[in-house]
Design a protein around this ligand. Structure first.
Ligand code: S3P
Length: 437
């Protein structure tokens, strides 16, 4: 992956029209994983062909699964059953994708063969003890670096036993990892979350006919079941829509529709936060597709005000904070975020990197150990580094809509991990971005 792509975002403009952002990243990863392990053929449409999900797809091919596509969002997976994956001599390279690494560690811990999981420079710095420790309690044998980061060497042939695990962090990746391992374990695996996190794994497991019980914050499944192939319609990713929700809110005169967006209630924190700030966002044509809520979202510009972000919304908007911080920079008054230390271990340290970028554009932004305090003001021309973090890059592209001068964003190649075609879609909606070397 080349990280030398630079975005030049010209100031001003407004967002209008009807757009459809690419498919949901979380659901796309899971469609490949469960489709591969199912009995029968799974047809997926709306699959996100971003680099992260393609890494997952390639790895399952490497493990012997026949997968056709993606072809305009269509993928056909010829499932091999829970015990049908084949050994490979090569390491499994998961690129920039934390979701692939964490979910696969659970699945791979239960296979009959050894594997090594590794990633790019960013992923190789991310914490993995949150999965390796509970997996070890289940009987998995996994070796990480001394600091608990990848590469992960996973020893096959272990007999896993179920655990009853109380998660110390609210993480859908940890929950999903343990549920996937739990399918192979003797007994009933139960996981208690400190706060609700995205529940796509639970929903999709049920869609594949695997019973999962959810009561309050406790999720349980019994080992030894099987997955039956099904068809999956992946909605647009609310995390990708979020840039446009912020952009249209801050750019005067905007009137934008985002079509067929996934609005699973464990993902809609960004809408709640922006509404508390005064955004005008409405949901239309709400319906369910394959167990996931979907809606068309209408957003018109409005005057935003700073708020104290309710901590219970943090896990429900965990990927959207870079965009929310841009909204805060354009709002009147102060915005305060607490309880979000997880942002420091995402694709970049999103608290520090956003604070640096906002300051470079003339905004007063004070990072704290678990959040940030942002004083709304006037964004100026600036040069910022995304540190190879897709969501930082796209957030600052939106910031140009209410800045006084051009915003130059470095290190943007990883936008393709979650949002291929971002520049052309954003330009078609009214931004003025050029991507160059
Ligand atoms: C994801 C869960 C979240 C999120 C990530 C995708 C998932 O991570 O940040 O982009 O698909 O389960 P955590 O579970 O670590 O918060």
């Amino acid at each position: 992956m080349h990280n030398n792509i630079i975005f030049h975002a010209k100031p001003g403009g407004q967002l209008s029209g009807k757009i459809r952002v690419p498919g949901d990243k979380s659901i796309s990863h899971r469609s490949i994983m469960l489709g591969s392990l199912a009995e029968g053929t799974t047809h997926v449409q709306g699959f996100l062909d971003g680099e992260d999900c393609l890494a997952t797809l390639r790895v399952f091919r490497q493990l012997g699964v026949e997968i056709e596509g993606p072809d305009q969002g269509r993928v056909v997976i010829h499932g091999v059953g829970l015990h049908g994956l084949k050994a490979t001599d090569q390491s499994l390279d998961l690129g920039n994708s934390g979701t692939s690494m964490r979910l696969l560690s659970g699945l791979m811990a239960a296979q009959s063969f050894d594997v090594e999981l590794l990633g790019d420079a960013s992923l190789n710095k991310r914490p993995m003890r949150r999965v390796t420790e509970p997996l070890a309690q289940m009987g998995a044998v996994i070796e990480a670096t001394e600091t608990g980061t990848p590469p992960l060497k996973i020893k096959g042939g272990q007999r896993l036993k179920a655990i009853d695990y109380v998660m110390p962090v609210a993480s859908a990746q940890v929950k999903s990892c343990l549920l996937l391992a739990g399918m192979y374990a003797d007994g009933q695996t139960c996981i208690t979350e400190p706060a609700p996190t995205r529940d796509h794994t639970e929903r999709m497991l049920r869609g594949f006919g695997y019973p999962v019980e959810t009561r309050d914050n406790r999720i349980c499944l019994q080992g030894g079941g099987c997955l039956k192939a099904t068809d999956i319609d992946v909605p647009s990713d609310i995390s990708s829509a979020a840039f446009f929700l912020v952009g249209a809110s801050i750019a005067q005169g905007s009137d934008l529709w985002l079509e067929h967006v996934g609005v699973n209630p464990t993902r809609t924190g960004v809408i709640d936060i922006l509404r508390l700030m005064g955004a005008q966002i409405s949901l239309h044509n709400q319906h369910e597709v394959g167990g996931e809520a979907v809606a068309d979202i209408h957003v018109v510009s409005s005057k935003l005000k700073g708020i104290t972000i309710p901590e219970e919304l943090v896990p429900l908007a965990i990927d959207e904070f870079p965009a929310v911080f841009i909204a805060a920079a354009c709002a009147e008054g102060e915005t305060r975020l607490t309880g979000a230390e997880e942002l420091r271990v995402k694709e970049s340290d999103r608290i520090q990197v956003m604070a640096d970028g906002l300051q470079a554009c003339g905004i007063v932004a004070e990072p704290t150990p678990d959040g940030i305090i942002i004083q709304g003001g006037q964004l100026q021309a600036g040069r910022v580094s995304s540190h190879g973090d897709h969501r930082i890059a796209m957030s600052f592209a939106m910031a140009a809509l209410c800045s006084q001068g051009e915003i130059v964003i470095e290190d943007c190649a990883n936008v393709d991990t979650s949002f291929p075609g971002f520049v052309s879609l954003a330009n078609s909606a009214g931004l003025n971005i050029k991507a160059g070397a």
